[in-house]
Design a protein around this ligand. Sequence first.
Ligand SMILES: Nc1ncnc2c1ncn2[C@@H]1O[C@H](COP(=O)(O)OP(=O)(O)OP(=O)(O)O)[C@@H](O)[C@H]1O
Length: 361
Amino acid sequence: MSSADNVDIQLVDVTKGYGNHLVVGGINLVVPRGEFVSILGPSGCGKTTTLNMIAGFHEPNSGEIRIRGKNQVGVPPEKRNIGLVFQNYALFPHMTVAENVAFGLKMKRKSAVEIEEGVRRALKSVHLEGYETRYPKELSGGQQQRTALARAIAPQPSVLLLDEPLSNLDLKLREAMRIELKEIQQQLGMTFVYVTHDQEEAMAMSDRVVVMSGGVIAQEGRPVDIYQNPVSAFVADFIGKSNLLSVTKTENRDGKLRLALKGGPTLIADAPQTAPADSIALCCIRPENVQLAEPDESRENLLAGRVDKMVNLGAHVDVWVDVSSDCTVKAQIPVRRLEGVTVGSEVKLRIEPKAVQPLVG
Ligand SMILES: Nc1ncnc2c1ncn2[C@@H]1O[C@H](COP(=O)(O)OP(=O)(O)OP(=O)(O)O)[C@@H](O)[C@H]1O
């Protein structure tokens, strides 16, 4: 945990409800300075409500929101030293790019020289030098979003809050902007809190991902850790692709966790065990961690089965293998490894114990 003076945002037991509907159910979060944090979750899980409370548009029912150590409850948005880039936070159409970017600096009553310098610096950060005199309608979607970003960062806020800022852009531009946003954030060294329902976006840009479900934090951590060690079926399913296989019996023998899958086959799991053996109801295996074994291979964690379905996706093939009448495992196999394998083939799958993640139901 970072020391207190290195923390930009802290949420302490924050709750928010509308009528008797609790939409944020007691959130604790610490965002250190310079971190890119994504709040990720399905529609309605409370992401925007959480961001709006940090911004000051909504007050929490209970708990504290601290920015750089100071409780912000009761402090209006314009006094919070935050920048905002929201999907619907449109540019002023009657103002040029430079005037849009100057807006926040003017509100802060900066001098003409400071405004000019601030606009120049912000436009340089987002690679829009030369566009100063254009109007928003003369810009592409990506350029408009970069202008909105420049407008938000020009007053040099402590923290930038972004709510689905890329969702109106087409896929190609969205992917390009992900890389650009991350680079800009790193160059500025500014704290970014980014709300999205797009797990790829969150994984690609964030230092840390906070997964929300039903108004609470389901898991938080580095993208790689969340991907490799989801703590629940919800997180495993929401982040990336996964096999979620039913476990009928769990046994801890010789220091190894043995999971009996529905229909008979057993897998050994070598993953941090976060729950008692008898509460484990599922295991998560990522399809890319399932390999084709040699026919004569003999070792632990081999599953024999019959190919049920194959979908060729170019570089790899998704292969569904029935390993019992009640259990199908999906594997992602490089095309070159699949010679001679067709639907109906008998195959053997190999899954490393560290790729088997036990989960409670
Ligand atoms: N002003 C309001 N009055 C009543 N209910 C609200 C209000 N604002 C949000 N809600 C409810 O709170 C819940 C969380 O909404 P929120 O916008 O935070 O979700 P979200 O995770 O950001 O979803 P999305 O990705 O769809 O924007 C939803 O069930 C929503 O209907």
